[in-house]
Design a protein around this ligand. Sequence first.
Ligand code: C2E
Ligand code: MG
Ligand code: MG
Ligand code: MG
Length: 283
Amino acid sequence: EAKRRGKGTSVSFSDEMGARTAADAEITRDLATAVDAGEFTLVYQPIVSLDDLRMTGVEALIRWNHPTRGLVSPAEFIPLAERSGHIVAIGAWALREACRQVARWRADFPGAYDLTVGVNVAGRQLRSPGFVDEVAAVLRDTGLPPNQLSIEVTETAVLDDEESSAALLGLRALGLRLALDDFGTAASSLGLLLTVPVTTLKLDRSFVESITTVGRQAAVANAVSQMATALDFSSVAEGIETEEQRELIRSLGYEYGQGYLFGRPLPPSQVVARLEALDGVVV
Ligand code: C2E
Ligand code: MG
Ligand code: MG
Ligand code: MG
């Protein structure tokens, strides 16, 4: 129905909670009950060391199994969850579930002893009151060591305001890692590096996609890697799909890689197979 009328018409749907079309309004309504209905799951995508291809971490990525629409992509519902504010509850669920899962793997598999988990946090969630306390409580309840949790925020999520700054400093004070996600796609990247206490840069997939030795993407990827080294941040390149991309990205000095070449986002049962194959850390 929303499609037929078009997005740009003057027909006003429920503007309530920021939805712009009827379909968006429905999805927004359904988001309100989806956590309690158990409709979300997490999949985990491997992050590997580019030196030896060892899986050193995973990124938790949310999936919504909607009762009538089937799988709804996060690209579709996360923006609606942000606009409506449901992201606070959804993100809290994802954070707790990811930490619970990785703490469990850590206990069950020697190779997962130092496995890190990246959890995406939206700007609105970051700025919501009590967020840092919630993270602290999750770490306490699950027993996951703080340095094994990496909070991923995008440049656009990190506003130059007191709430954001206080939250980011609070997170770092807990001892966890802080990654700037999709790095290079937003406008204000460089100034942020001076003010935000990040530990990790995640180069956006768009720079990796069409990378060649002579291309502009390689020049940018190289500059980001140099900057990361100079500032003592770790560097991760997202969206590595081919051997050529892997080789080039590695030659530019990236420490870690993530992408279909190393593994798709996997359900927990399939992560277990990868964890069983990992050598344990001797402690
Ligand atoms: P992101 O955090 O940048 O996550 C990486 C996205 O790139 C994932 O899409 C992943 O499946 C995809 N990807 C990974 N490797 C490749 C590759 O080699 N090629 C291609 N073409 N794609 C690759 P996904 O799972 O659809 O998630 C999309 C975005 O939704 C995420 O981007 C993140 O911004 C957001 N998101 C996912 N889960 C959560 C969550 O729990 N909370 C919040 N706030 N946002 C989330
Ligand atoms: Mg991410
Ligand atoms: Mg990313
Ligand atoms: Mg991305």
